[in-house]
Design a protein around this ligand. Structure first.
Ligand code: SF4
Length: 88
């Protein structure tokens, strides 16, 4: 199941642990919590990970975003998969 989620990620996600999947409703919560990490695709109307968290504080806010995302479409298992495979 997790690999299926990974395949559905937005192509703009930067490789690494965290990524946003295709269920994003563009609610802005994660971008508000961790603007260093999450960015908005203005044309598509969704969020993607522009930078992986680098500090303890950024990591904590990413984890909070993951736990509070209303559609559970923030994931932290990206380090388990091959990012060279294109998003579906
Ligand atoms: S919290 Fe979830 S639904 Fe809201 S913008 Fe972020 S990824 Fe999208």
């Amino acid at each position: 199941m997790a690999f299926e989620d990974f395949k559905q990620r937005w192509p703009e996600n930067i490789a690494g642990k965290f990524y946003v999947g295709a269920q994003c409703l563009d609610c802005d919560l994660c971008r508000h919590l961790a603007p260093e990490v999450f960015a908005h695709n203005d044309e598509g109307g969704y969020t993607y990970v522009k930078k992986q968290p680098e500090t303890t504080d950024e990591l904590a806010r990413c984890r909070e975003a993951l736990s509070r995302c209303c559609v559970n479409t923030i994931y932290d298992d990206g380090d388990l998969f091959d990012w060279k495979k294109p998003a579906a």
